[in-house]
Write a protein that binds this ligand. Sequence first.
Ligand SMILES: Cc1cc2nc3c(=O)[nH]c(=O)nc-3n(C[C@H](O)[C@H](O)[C@H](O)COP(=O)(O)O)c2cc1C
Length: 428
Amino acid sequence: MGSGGVLDQLRVPVVQAPMAGGPSTPALAAAVSEAGGLGFLAAGYRTAAAVHDDIVAVRAATDRPFGVNVFVPTPDRVDRSLLAGYVERVRREAVTYRCATGDAVWGDDGWEEKLATLVVERPPVVSVAFGCPGAEVIGRLHGAGIEVWVTVTEPAEAEAATAAGADALVAQGIEAGAHRGAFSDVDGVGEIGLLTLLRLVARVTDLPLIASGGLCDGAGVAAVLVGGARAAQLGTAFLDTPEAGTSAPHRAALRGGRRTLLTRAFSGRRARGIVNGFLARNTALAPAAYPHVVGLTAPLRSAARERDDPEMLNLWAGQTLCGRRSGTGEGGICGARWSGCEVLCVLRARGGRVARCCAIRGRAAVGLRGALRSADAWRPHTGPALTLGLFHQPPVATPIGRPSAVSKRRSPSAVRRISYSPSWCRLW
Ligand SMILES: Cc1cc2nc3c(=O)[nH]c(=O)nc-3n(C[C@H](O)[C@H](O)[C@H](O)COP(=O)(O)O)c2cc1C
């Protein structure tokens, strides 16, 4: 499998994070892929038949590459007495909430059935979280022409995934929303900040890296490209887009200004969510018991969704949520509409200087002036622009500012027609 095969086909080095539990939809995956990034389906908690239908729906909407994410089954190693205590605690919560609890049992989330579906359906990329499949499984996927990306949170995991034959690694920093993708759920393991993780992982592998965690605007994307990533993976930034299947209370909470914390309260595995009542009451006592606790809390979570109640719901979100501005902040992609929206890249360079800009409309690239004009014209309609940092050439003593201010100071002769190529990312 050639390294970076699918990454090389992207017009924009942005990967939409797979988001199980509702937010990931075929519409979102197709919209991101159509916009030049890589859309992802989340197979977690879905049946193999539903995953098949999702793949068909994406293919009906786009012929661009996309990916499917699956959870690697975790061993059933649970402290039964801790789990029993937590089951009783959640049962009491459920009684007060006038609903039931579910069964706290182990399951493999239909791993074999989903693998079989993927081998037949052959999405261009399959990514995995919670562990690394053996070389035999990776070989099966490769045999079907599928690239395999493994989520890693520690250098040791990166080494193991490289040895097993992975094609690329999703480096997930501690900032990330939802579950830690770590191979094991042990406090302190896999809790490294994204930029540090990228540099540590780059020391142990030559595989292409996709940076994930806390990225929600162009400056963050630029930072990880500089840090050695081939692409940036964003989850929370897409949660409130029209194409996402995010529930209404979850969307409202994203705008609520609360902070996020790691918790096992909802699923029995560390995951980052917005602090709410259930999280605050139960985090200290929730055991490492995944996926048992997923089943246990399922009826509470669906009741909360039906009642539009954010206090009993897992409100997964990354750390950058705290810095999220309402409305259309400049230079970010939070809340940006992807449907019918042209992707704009205003390229910013090291040292805070503007180097080159281009707007991507389909496959055509326009120069600086066109990009800046488009930025101003699109902003009221599309929300913030996608801003990426690349190149520092030619050197221009123009501090980053509002695009319109920049455009006035640049001489037209400095503007060159350029086309976007992912190879730019490697120039750093
Ligand atoms: C609601 C939600 C659901 C997620 N579900 C999955 C999933 O099914 N599989 C997975 O590998 N990662 C999942 N993640 C984690 C993302 O892949 C990614 O690491 C994370 O979103 C990056 O951090 P950010 O949310 O700050 O962008 C999820 C994230 C969110 C926010």
